[in-house]
Design a protein around this ligand. Structure first.
Ligand SMILES: *[C@@H]1O[C@H](CO)[C@@H](O)[C@H](O)[C@H]1NC(C)=O
Ligand SMILES: *[C@@H]1O[C@H](CO)[C@@H](O)[C@H](O)[C@H]1NC(C)=O
Ligand SMILES: *[C@@H]1O[C@H](CO)[C@@H](O)[C@H](O)[C@H]1NC(C)=O
Ligand SMILES: *[C@@H]1O[C@H](CO)[C@@H](O)[C@H](O)[C@H]1NC(C)=O
Ligand SMILES: *[C@@H]1O[C@H](CO)[C@@H](O)[C@H](O)[C@H]1NC(C)=O
Ligand SMILES: *[C@@H]1O[C@H](CO)[C@@H](O)[C@H](O)[C@H]1NC(C)=O
Length: 748
């Protein structure tokens, strides 16, 4: 009876076993560690009944994260976002909602106020805009005496904030003026990039300027202060749009960068109240074997010192699912600038009556150069503001804002190409390594709700971790970085992570082979520590560009665990590598293990099915990474002399299938009986309970060792986990070791 119960329990435990898949991608695009949701150390903020946490403003001066969601704005503690300081509601009125639904929009989803713009102004107030039931509206908001207050100004948000909450847009606040790129009409069909100020400016309504764009990111680059040619500050705009320059029967999109000059005031007659400095170029992010260009999804601009050092990091995904790859490409500001200031233009040429082809323009280019800001050269010619510019220059740029040449990616290839969940967002932090050199650490959000942490070491991309954040999976919709913290927004909540979580690396080798520039192994403290200035002189090991970890103490590979088994049973020996890059090698009595139908290696264990007497012996599992043995675990397997239950088992086997079938029938009857009994509460399932429990808990080793053989098997599930602080476990490297005894019958 007990035996059959055991069989039933084991069946229950056994089912989720997974076979390891093949290594599809190249090694460096596999995240070294996969951090599951229960070990990610995140803090999570979500408010009951509130969704779409996708707008953020960091107020480091107030030590607050201002968070825009649907119909609400929150002020959270920057150090711990689970602490809500205050909030303010900004909902639509019933009338607004009715007007919106009368226009054919979905009342419960579209006709709400989605907060889309949050900027800090110089006067300490904030500027906030929401979609307001398809009637975009802006307001001023201040924080005082512990509460957020909206002033109720109800400014028109057309052209600043989208009507449609699903439409992408971008904006930037510079010296009190809002620069925005969005659709200006209800239908979402009229795109603009505009500046809202006393001298408001915007783009021409022409497909040559913007052609069904998807706006991604805007960046203000302060260049004017230190440009030797007296050039102006720029606003860079990143977007994708329908291409005009290719001969293609189907619609094809391309990624673009455009830029305008901050001092632009428009033209006098031509381009009146329009940008005179709007230039755009294609962004190239070449991924091999890809027919259609990838499309830009997010940009982070990183300027280590003055503007000349700025680099734009961008994530790209395929259009129309034409490829399984996402990519990161970086662009130097100098490269973008030189395409705009020295490159050739494209010009539209009518080919047939209604068809226009964009080709390289090789005619004369007027002086001052079309699209250039007012710089020393223009001033020498007597043009001190854009209003002075000659019609010839303005007419040229009005017709030909597109550059012929594309902007090439840094190194002319992506920094990272990866299959799997599509990339959605990116931020880049800088880390100072033990040697004093700086490294750019990328945090990339994905569609499946995880964040990748990656560094490029001289062309070699290393993905240190993939941290799973939202379950069920939710696309990452915004990433923000502050000091040492990362804030990750999604439709269902916001997560806060530490960017230098060195405590996740448990051993010296794990810490060093991670190649995490933030972390080093402290030989004295015997822990993986965050590198700080005091470390530079002490005994800390770090090895980033070439992997050397020979200073780490050797792992102890002399210990082993004794396991007994019955004839015909299935034994599972656990050995879970703590790195996805480790090669796992199993040996039997010092010889490489020969695989067969009855011996299978899974991603985290070895299975011996229908074990016979010759399964006896010493099994060892070694995890090897970069030629270093990082983990080791040994098992001594011995067969037990036949006891009651095995004898029964063997008898059943002897009489072949009919009896096996009878056992199945018996088991089923018993199962029903047991379920009925359980339902009636007649008895608990002690045996089953213990097994399941032992597998889940970190079992005490002594319990296992001191039991008589029968008992030993019953509870032969040992899980020594590196996360466990139990001193006992230190003896066995950080391998996760679990033993499981599984009866053959469970597979019938
Ligand atoms: C807002 O969040 C809800 C819930 O996840 C989602 O269904 C909806 O699509 C989101 N709306 C927008 C505009 O992102
Ligand atoms: C916001 O609205 C919700 C319900 O609509 C209400 O429970 C909450 O108290 C309001 N908060 C503030 C600060 O007004
Ligand atoms: C900007 O910084 C770089 C290196 O830090 C330096 O070489 C260059 O002269 C600086 N340029 C300006 C305009 O300050
Ligand atoms: C550097 O790290 C050590 C622990 O590893 C800590 O005791 C010390 O305070 C840190 N120093 C600074 C300046 O943060
Ligand atoms: C595996 O097979 C090889 C050759 O057949 C043999 O030399 C080796 O001893 C076997 N290994 C084990 C563990 O039995
Ligand atoms: C188990 O192994 C024995 C020989 O050791 C063999 O006779 C029997 O058929 C095997 N059973 C299964 C289910 O493979």
């Amino acid at each position: 009876m007990m035996f059959l119960l055991a069989v039933l329990c084991v069946f229950y435990i056994w089912s989720p076993a997974t076979l390891s898949g093949g290594l599809g991608a190249t090694p460096n695009t596999i995240p070294r560690k996969t951090v599951p949701i229960n070990r990610n150390g995140r803090r999570l903020f979500r408010e009951e009944g509130v969704w779409n946490y996708t707008t953020m403003l960091l107020r480091e001066d107030l030590n607050m994260l201002i968070l825009g969601a649907r119909e609400a704005i929150f002020a959270l503690d920057l150090d711990d976002i689970t602490v809500k300081k205050t909030m303010v509601n900004w909902s639509v009125t019933d009338t607004e909602q009715r007007d919106c639904s009368n226009k054919g929009k979905d009342a419960t989803n579209d006709c709400k106020n989605y907060i889309r713009i949050l900027h800090k102004r110089n006067d300490d107030r904030m500027y906030v805009c929401g979609t307001k039931a398809f009637a975009p509206t802006c307001d001023y908001m201040s924080y005082a005496d512990g509460s957020l207050t909206l002033e109720g100004k109800q400014e028109d948000g057309k052209g600043k904030c989208p009507f449609d909450p699903f439409q992408r847009h971008t904006s930037e606040m510079v010296d009190g003026d809002l620069y925005s790129a969005t659709s200006i009409n209800f239908r979402g069909s009229e795109p603009v990039m505009m500046r809202s100020s006393e001298d408001s400016l915007r783009t021409e309504f022409s497909s040559g300027w913007l052609n069904e764009p998807n706006f991604i990111h805007m960046a203000h680059i302060r260049e004017g202060e230190s440009n030797p040619e007296g050039d102006d500050d720029k606003l860079y705009l990143f977007f994708s749009e329908t291409a005009v320059e290719y001969d293609s029967y189907t619609k094809m999109d391309v990624s673009r960068v455009a830029r305008v000059c901050k001092g632009d005031m428009g033209g006098q007659r031509t381009l009146q109240r329009k940008w005179t400095s709007f230039l755009k170029a294609r962004l190239d992010c070449p991924v091999p074997n890809n027919n259609l260009p990838l499309l830009i999804q997010d940009v982070f601009h990183f300027c280590p010192s003055n503007w000349t050092t700025c680099v734009f990091y961008a994530v790209f995904t395929p259009q129309l699912d034409s490829s399984p790859y996402s990519a990161v490409c970086a662009y130097k500001i100098e490269d973008i600038k030189s395409v705009f200031s020295k490159g050739k233009f494209k010009a539209p040429v009518p080919v047939e009556t209604s068809f226009v082809k964009w080709v390289m323009y090789s005619g004369d280019v007027p002086d001052p150069r079309p699209g250039a800001c007012i710089d020393n050269h223009a001033r020498e010619m007597g043009f001190t503001k854009s209003l002075d510019l000659p019609d010839k220059t303005l007419q040229f740029i009005k017709d030909k804002p597109l550059m012929d040449q594309a902007v090439k990616a840094l190194g002319e290839k992506p920094l990272l190409v990866k299959t799997g969940a599509a990339f959605t967002r990116i931020v880049v932090a800088t880390a100072t390594a033990l040697s004093g050199t700086s490294h750019q650490v990328m945090f990339i959000g994905t569609k499946s709700g995880s964040v990748l942490k990656a560094v490029n070491y001289g062309g070699e991309m290393v993905i240190m971790e993939e941290i799973q954040l939202f379950e069920p999976s939710e696309p990452v919709k915004i990433l923000r970085l502050s000091d040492t913290k990362l804030y990750v927004g999604s439709d269902v909540g916001v997560a806060q992570l530490s960017i230098n979580e060195c405590g996740r690396y448990h051993t010296c080798l794990d810490c060093v082979l991670a190649r995490d520039p933030y972390c080093g192994w402290d030989l004295e403290a015997e822990q993986c520590s965050t590198i700080n200035s005091t470390h530079r002189t002490s005994t800390v090991i770090q090895s980033l560009s070439s992997v050397k970890s020979n200073k780490c103490p050797q792992i102890d590979d002399s210990k082993s665990i004794s396991v007994s088994f019955f004839h015909g049973s299935t034994v599972q020996l656990w050995c879970e590598p703590n790195s996805n890059l480790a090669q796992v090698e199993w040996q039997l009595n010092g010889q490489p293990l020969n695989l067969s139908d009855t011996i299978k290696i899974l991603s985290d264990s070895l299975m011996i099915i229908n074990a016979s007497a010759d399964a006896d012996g010493r099994y060892t599992c070694s995890c090897v990474e970069w030629n270093y043995k990082t983990q080791h675990v040994g098992y001594d397997l011995t067969i037990l002399s036949e006891s009651g239950s095995t004898a029964l088992l063997r008898n059943v086997k002897g009489k072949e299938n009919t009896l096996v079938a009878m056992v199945v029938l018996l088991s089923l009857t018993l199962a029903l009986l047991v379920m009925w009994n359980l339902y009636k509460g007649h008895f608990p399932l002690p045996f089953c309970h213990r097994r399941v429990k032992v597998t889940e808990n970190r079992c005490d080793r002594s319990l296992y060792e001191n039991q008589p053989p029968e008992q030993k098997i019953a509870s032969s599930a040992v899980n020594l986990n590196s996360n466990n602080n139990n001193a006992n476990n230190q003896r066995y490297s950080s391998c996760q070791i679990t033993l499981r005894y599984i009866d053959d019958e469970s597979e019938i």
